[in-house]
Design a protein around this ligand. Sequence first.
Ligand code: HEC
Ligand code: HEC
Length: 482
Amino acid sequence: MRWLLAALLLSAAGERPAVDVHLDQADIVAGRVGARALLDHGQRLFDARFNPLDGQGRPGTTGHGVPRSPTQPPFSRVSGPDANSCSGCHFQPRSGGAGDFAVNVFTLGQEADPVLDTLDAARTNERNTPPMMGAGLIELLAREMTGELIAAREAARAEARSTGAAARRLLRAKGVSFGAVTVQPDGRVDPREIEGVDWDLVVRPFHQKGAVASLRDFTNTALNQHHGIQTSERAGPGVDLDGDGVKDELTVGDVTALVFFQAALDTPGRMLPRDPDRRAAAARGESQFEAIGCAQCHLPALVLDDARFVEPGPYNPRGNLRRDGATPLASIDLAREGIGPRPERLPDGRVVVRAFTDLKRHDLNDEELRHFANERVAQGTLAGVLQSGSFTEVPKGRPRTQFLTRRLWDAGNTDPYGHRGDLTTLTEAIHFHGGEARASRDAFFAQPEVDQAAVVEFLRSLQILPAGATELTMTEAAREVR
Ligand code: HEC
Ligand code: HEC
């Protein structure tokens, strides 16, 4: 049916939808769409500037899918729809990448209707746009880490049941500690020692708050929030949720293509300075970075057991295509297939991800340094799907002062910095590392200036490499002087 519609539109003169061909998930899972065609379609969707013929806009609903005031303007910088295309914001150094301060998003702005007339941090959380380069590897690391954490909790549950006494397990995933969990003989989980992750132990690597587990969930939400495009899997097949006269605005197959495109984007790498002194400084800076403790959170490498990105993922919430026994799966092997350089492979087939993060939330605020404590609205719920029983009160939302350790593998060309994008140099971003990072931050500024500069030079070498790069390490091209 859709193909027929597409064919009719292709032959129509005049206004046209930005997307005039849609993909069928059945064709993808049956292997009838090659990897290249799938990624190309994903790129087209990411770059598409949607219009009403695509179903752009949501006259009847907010970003949360609840009724919207008819007086709300069709575009709003704060509560959305706020942009024409994904790449309108994700564009540095190219499509799929990061964003300027000008395209910050007001997270939770969609909860207010009619449109907010304030950018006040009391109402919304202003966030800068991170790049998706490497995001597929990040999601896979998170899936594997979640598996380890849940296995520890389930082992405690089995022990408590068989011994009749509370059982405690340390929570470690890929060497990162997330505190501990205790399970009572009656199966109730005591979450009070869990650290830096939601209480259901699902590692959610997206949103700088750590609030979303998968590219698929984020993509379905972003399409609706930023563009007023409701996918079949989010709105329901054949449902015109937002009353704009268009249903099934994007198909399940389209979403899979958009997710694979983001997942398969370039692995960030190293752009070494051409100048030998600066190159030596970058190398020295890398060891200094470890010596002063930055690597405690910004882990230089995490090892991924299996680089096959299988859709749908195991931890998708409702409103997304989900994995159950019956869902046919589609997959792409990120170790071999994708756009730009692939990650480093170990002889045993595992993959090294040099993202400089532990995928854990930390609090960088203390009495003196409170730059990263600007947000006042708690995002989502810390409890996840966990019923904590009577152990402790469930706090309202995720901690406002904690953020995921920012991945630094793109730090050299995704400025500005900080979750709000209000810091323009790396040194400023380091300056505001108080709280849990205070010791390493103080060690950074206690170094002689040449060593501070070396750490910065190292961070500047971590980059999304130019389009067409095939290797993870390159040297800057000679600059032409005219
Ligand atoms: C108006 C600007 C804007 C538009 C348009 C936009 N994004 Fe984003 N995107 C952001 C910002 C800002 C964040 C960071 C949100 C946060 O940290 O809370 C983000 C985060 C993401 C993330 C999570 C990345 C991470 O590391 O946390 C994904 C995935 C994503 N966007 C996909 C998309 C897709 C797909 C589209 C198009 C359907 C899109 N975005 C359109 C600004 C935008
Ligand atoms: C306790 C964990 C921790 C330690 C230790 C730590 N960081 Fe961070 N780092 C973070 C977190 C969390 C963020 C995200 C802050 C935000 O935006 O809210 C971050 C953000 C950054 C950013 C901003 C990147 C961007 O794109 O916005 C830079 C640069 C950075 N760290 C460098 C360093 C350096 C250099 C050191 C050592 C001196 C260091 N960090 C030590 C946790 C840590």
